[in-house]
Design a binder for this molecule. Structure first.
Ligand code: NAD
Ligand code: LMR
Length: 324
């Protein structure tokens, strides 16, 4: 068993966290040899519920779970923290776009960035989930000047996995046969799911795919999948979001040979996207590092879509300049 690492989770009394925490404690995120100290963070009124989560964790008798801290104090929660999952934030309800949450949720990520900067392990890996995830990640990153901006990521894995599943379903193949999916841009309805490099069973999809299916069915389906779930469930995705959290961190730490979509700082990208945005780019993970895949050309047919998602991220950033 490896020496324990500290994993902080905000919004730990909420729905996504409830689907994620037990799987993390069972070793599904960091591997079955990695002992974990869980630092569960929520706001003060949620402490009673959070204690209930702690009781249930204790009752699981997880061999990898070394300790559990519950707190509303950010410095206690992020102290010496190696991994941070910033989930805690309001979810949208029917009729809202994710960016409508920025006014309420953006301010949550300023003190969290500052606390991480002050007390976390300098090599910390951070995933921002609370919506709008990309701009919230930018806020946290700007408030943590002593942490390398590349250690802040925003969650695009759910969009990526949704794309994989829709393609596997369309071509009636096993998920393992689907490779090289890309989702560019913002976790919003302007995101750009891109199949121009994707492969099914070793063949390029673009050679067999109908443009009308891609543009009229696939893209809008992925862009609006979150809203489709809210419409059906009455509340936003939780178990699938928790799964995406676990897969994003697991691949970052333990590696994955396929391409992945990771929201990351756009500085010095070769795709002509403005600097200082948390933008999703195709990436590879190995040896605990993710790297943007730079040696590909962005499909020209996507130009307008890319401009739209970039513009939205610039507007979101410009609306929270006071938090940066
Ligand atoms: P939820 O309402 O069930 O839980 C949110 C939790 O966050 C609550 O326990 C609340 O008390 C807590 N919280 C609020 N402010 C906090 C703060 N300042 N510090 C710590 N905790 C705080 O919501 P949920 O379903 O778990 O969703 C959480 C967020 O994740 C939402 O913003 C949702 O839109 C977003 N989300 C993102 C993705 C993605 O792909 N990026 C996917 C699904 C959901
Ligand atoms: C999702 O994509 O399911 C989440 O971002 C929740 C939402 O508001 O759509």
């Amino acid at each position: 068993m490896k020496k324990p690492v500290n994993v902080a989770i905000t919004g730990a009394a909420g729905n996504i966290a409830y689907s994620a925490i037990f799987r993390i404690a069972a070793g599904q995120m960091l591997g079955d040899q990695q002992s974990i100290n869980l630092k569960l963070i929520d706001i003060e009124p949620a402490m009673k519920v959070l204690n209930g989560v702690k009781f249930e964790l204790e009752d699981c008798a997880f061999p990898l779970l070394n300790s559990i801290t519950t707190t509303f104090d950010l410095k206690e929660g992020f102290d010496e923290c190696d991994y941070a999952l910033l989930i805690g934030a309001k979810p949208r309800i029917k009729g809202m776009e994710r960016k409508d949450l920025l006014k309420d949720n953006g301010k949550i990520f300023l003190p969290q960035g500052k606390a991480i900067n002050e007390v976390a392990n300098k090599k910390i890996k951070i995933l921002v989930v609370g919506n709008p995830a990309n701009t919230n990640a930018l806020i946290a990153m700007h408030n943590a000047p002593n942490i390398d901006p590349k250690q802040f990521t925003s969650m695009m894995r759910l969009d990526h996995d949704r794309s994989m599943a829709q393609v596997a379903n369309k071509y009636n193949v096993d998920i393992k046969e689907v490779k090289k999916i890309i989702v560019w841009g913002n976790h919003s309805n302007t995101q750009v799911p891109d199949l121009s490099k994707a492969e099914v069973s070793g063949k390029e999809i673009k050679d067999i795919m109908s443009t009308s299916w891609y543009k009229d069915d696939f893209i809008p389906r992925i862009q609006n999948r979150g809203a489709e779930i809210i419409e059906a469930r009455g509340s936003s995705s939780a178990a699938s979001a928790a799964n995406a959290v676990i897969m994003h961190m697991r691949d970052w730490v333990l590696g994955n040979n396929d391409w992945l979509s990771i929201g990351q700082i756009s500085n010095n990208n070769p795709f002509n996207i403005s600097d200082n945005l948390m933008f999703s780019f195709p990436s590879r993970c190995s040896n605990e590092v993710y790297e943007m895949i730079k040696d590909i050309e962005m499909s020209k047919t996507l130009d307008e879509y890319i401009k739209t998602t970039e513009k939205e991220l610039v507007q979101e950033r410009d609306s929270v300049l006071d938090l940066l």
